[in-house]
Design a protein around this ligand. Sequence first.
Ligand SMILES: *Cc1c(COP(=O)(O)O)cnc(C)c1O
Length: 393
Amino acid sequence: MTITTFNPPVRTLMGPGPSDVHPRILSALARPTIGHLDPSFGRMMDEVKTMLQYAFQTKNELTFPVSAPGSAGMETCFANLLEPGDTVIVCQNGVFGMRMQENVERCGAKAIIVKDDWGKPVDPKKVEEALKANPEASLLAFVHAETSTGALSDAKTLCALARQYDCLSLVDAVTSLGGSELRVDDWGIDAIYSGTQKCLSCVPGLSPVSFSERAQQRIKQRKQKVQSWFLDLNLVMGYWGSDGGRSYHHTAPVNSLYALHESLLMLQEEGLENSWKRHSDLHNALKAGLEAMGLSFIVPEESRLPQLNAVTIPQGVDEALVRKRLLEEYSLEIGAGLGSLAGKVWRIGLMGQSATPSNVMFCLSALESVLSDMGADINSGVALPAAQKHSFS
Ligand SMILES: *Cc1c(COP(=O)(O)O)cnc(C)c1O
């Protein structure tokens, strides 16, 4: 066997992430690698930090991208904020809330679980009951945008509850950052992590995080060292810190950071509010088309994520075959159901650069043609006109 250069197929990515990466971002990635301690690299790092503060809507000094994917951002937050014996309220309404519980328990802390049905947002009433019943809890953790179901929870209300009961708040914003309204300072979020491959449309493998003053105090007052050497913020800050003297901790993913810089620049050029609006406008167009076809959404309208559309599968249809045909015949990727929704829904992503009018029309027509060809019971010829009625401005 001769191994040759790997040339990936060109896809349209409309699943739960990664999303389509803009050529501007790909070309940033291809610029010459320089040293991670090079002074000109340091200037770029400062700009990345400033633009992340804008994306998160925060003035937090401790804002930077962890050199690993979203899951490592999650782990950074838990590993630094928890010590063995701590109690954490963990909200679960999908896959990522379950991973939070795993993290808490691996830190030797106790997780009090607040459960909501998959597809529903986190219920603030249940959270308040749990906070009342567990006064020793020091942290409230929840997922803002549950990518496994497409549900958006009310982060502002949940973080206010955390404050009221003297807990820090920890928010998973992997899928919400750049796609849905998110205001770290105004909402009083203490610790937050995200990912680069969802609504920022950057390459996978980086996890922007941010910590409030209160969270930083908690980390400084730890009795024990953070169990993970790599994720220990006290050490990482020697490299990303604001005191200017960047010292070696690990080799930064230099080229991926060029890509993040470019994607944040594009977000800044578009404007954060405009980006939120684009995701919502295109969701409305996609929704009109899918519903006209006869598919329905599993999340109640008021808590639907625009960037992740979980829709039902028509009766009797082999859902895996549909995804396979979309990929092979149209080079279009949509997502399968996860966990308890496996086999029951498709997850159609409209994240970042994938959220365009042409992608909405392409996805609707490809899905309709495959479903019609398979003899599925759908309404034909109505999806595109229904989507077109929505303005894309
Ligand atoms: C994708 C995702 C993660 C994990 O991010 P990775 O980059 O895959 O590690 C965590 N939380 C949510 C809500 C996600 O959508």
